[in-house]
Design a protein around this ligand. Sequence first.
Ligand SMILES: [Zn+2]
Length: 453
Amino acid sequence: MINTIRAVVAQPLFFLFDHSIRKFFIFVSLFLVALFLLGANIHIYNMSFSLLNQKIVTEEEISENTVNTVTIEKGDTLNNILKRENISNEDIQKIISIAESKNLTLLKIGKTITFEYTLNLIENDGEELTTEQKTLNMISFEIDNTKSVDIVKSGNNFSTEINSVPLTKLITKYETIVDSNVISSLKTTGLSSNSIVSLINTYSHQIDFQRQIHPGDKITVITEKFVTADSKLSHHGDIIYACIETQGNEYEIYKYSPTGGKEQYDFFSSEGQSIKSTLLKTPIKVVRISSTFGYRHTHPVHGYGAMHKGVDFSAPVGTPIYAAGNGVVEFVGWVSGYGRIVILKHSNNLSTAYAHASRFASNLKKGSNVRQGDIIAFVGTSGNVTGSHLHYEIRENGKQINPANFKSAPSIQLTGMGLAKFNKFKNQISHLHSKLDDNIEIAAADIKEINLF
Ligand SMILES: [Zn+2]
């Protein structure tokens, strides 16, 4: 409590004033702390027990299957594909030797290899999903429409199985109006946690889920759904389309490939811009969303304002922090108030800062090149903080600007014929949208008019 109040009052000031003035403000802050505590105590006594009980956090571990299907292209080798999946060298050797014995290393262009992983997630009170590591379960080689050969991992060993019952791919629409919490609202629709995480990560260039989503907002997701022969859900596949309606704005994303190739797809906005932009709006991949919407907006430490020139993302200690864009490390070290901080330079006038880290990525030093999405540091509590979080700043010409207002250039802008083709695709998705009423599913094989990859 004391820490919370102190940081609310003092943290923003730490960033603004130098040493001598700072001392004066610490004094004033402590005085305000005393005043706040008096008020807060009265408030706590007035709270009912049921309210206090809600503070108990229950942690639940969820395991879900997630898959990645790779379509074999010209020039692919099994070794390259396994490397792209980040499989360990030790496992790659075992997989290749077993694949050779079953004639699976002669890859056929156009066939698929599906990787099935277990994704472990931690859920707190049904509000937070924390991405944990993926573990490989199985690699499935498509032989024809009804048969696959699976390399199954058990412990450290691999064995093969012939699988002749294929999964059916359905296209389903999920719709929800956000109530107090975005994750629980999405979960009530039947969307798997793994899909919710990928939805939020896909939107990480455009939407700050910790601040921009409000009760009453509408979320629509059209996604692939794989079911077994007895109609049981196996897993959700790729998101095909999603729309978030918030505060009078519509954020639509379309899974689309400008070349028509299965592997070159990207997510595009309704204006035909790839949503991957020069800077990420959310440089962490953890999905942690507080249910107290109103409080968050007025909280001076969490939001951007005259006194707080950045945005805070609460996340557990050790959560990876990603480079928001391609750039060069300008500073890595300790700055008073900020604690452990990384500053990246993206262009002559644009830089980003990531503060309060617990540690830096190994090998990260001044002058290192980083790419968007590289891990640069880990969330912590260093410097002047109240709890573990990332303090993120975007700086233009050395001055902090509000990340919510920052518009970064899209990496692809479709124009001319390309845009016309995309607009046609959008119309087809819109037809599909109206065909798919909530929870009504269409077999992907029956959707002939749209190239859904
Ligand atoms: Zn901050």
